[in-house]
Design a protein around this ligand. Structure first.
Ligand code: ADP
Ligand code: ADP
Length: 225
């Protein structure tokens, strides 16, 4: 799994500094959370790793390669959004297969891969449904499947559980953690929820006011004195 390396990476929007230049190395195959209050720069950092925003300072290396020099196809990074962003008029199977088909896979092969990925997230047999016929937790798993089907080296989660109720949030975070460990994929996970960060992370990066305030393992940061 690919290492993600940020070297002096910062982002300004006009007069607003969303992220002050910072250094961060995310070891391949680990799950690292960006934890902090709304507005501290988490999503901006994630979007820069995804290649959706360009850094105003520094550079981002994924597997040793500068993201700005890679095409979307080469970048091999998938993102799971807070809102799931599923296509409401498409079946679950078509939602998952969509990215493959648009990157050139034949429909039959894309559907076979999509079926297998739905099984990975515990949704075998749900392919013919519409997103509206699924529960919130199931829609979230479809969103995960849609990201996973592309076999990314790096998987990004932007507050993936914030639309779910508390009980479902707890079970889904266990699922995400188990899946990450099984697949060995590098994950960057954005949340403002400390309990969620503690439950899923190998390392937690605490952000405050557009910079890193603290970093360490859950035990290092939150063990009782
Ligand atoms: P979150 O707090 O969950 O990250 P926000 O509501 O802050 O979500 O941001 C949602 C989207 O709006 C993001 O894509 C972000 O880049 C954009 N955004 C946030 N603040 C501003 C702003 N001041 N001007 C323009 N776009 C913004
Ligand atoms: P978080 O994800 O931690 O809630 P964001 O990364 O969304 O924080 O936002 C960090 C800061 O950057 C906020 O002050 C936000 O308003 C600002 N910001 C984010 N996106 C934009 C944008 N597209 N244009 C202007 N300001 C933005």
């Amino acid at each position: 799994a690919a290492e993600v390396r940020l070297e002096g990476v910062g982002k300004r929007y006009g007069n607003v500094t969303a992220v002050k230049p910072l250094d961060l190395v995310i070891e391949g195959g680990t799950l690292v959370t960006l934890l902090g209050p709304s507005g501290c720069g988490k999503t901006t950092l994630l979007r820069m790793v995804a290649g959706l925003e360009q850094a105003t300072d520094g550079r981002i290396l994924i597997g040793g390669r500068d993201v700005t020099l890679l095409s979307a196809g080469e970048r091999n990074v998938s993102m799971v959004f807070q809102s799931y962003a599923l296509f409401p008029h498409m079946s679950v199977l078509d939602n998952v297969a969509y990215g493959l088909i648009s990157s050139g896979f034949r429909k039959k092969e894309a559907h076979a891969k999509a079926e297998a990925t739905l099984e990975t997230v515990g949704l075998k047999g749900f392919g013919a449904r519409l997103p509206s016929e699924m529960s919130g937790g199931q829609q979230q798993r479809v969103a995960v499947a849609r990201a996973l089907v592309l076999e990314p080296e790096v998987l990004l989660f932007d507050e993936p559980l914030s639309n779910l109720d508390a009980r479902l949030r707890r079970s889904m975070r266990e699922e995400i953690r188990a899946l990450q460990q099984r697949l060995g994929v590098t994950v960057i996970y954005v949340t403002h929820d400390q309990a969620e960060a503690l439950a899923v992370s190998d390392r937690i990066i605490v952000m405050r006011n557009a910079e890193i305030a603290q970093a360490g393992t859950p035990a290092e940061l939150y063990s009782a004195p």
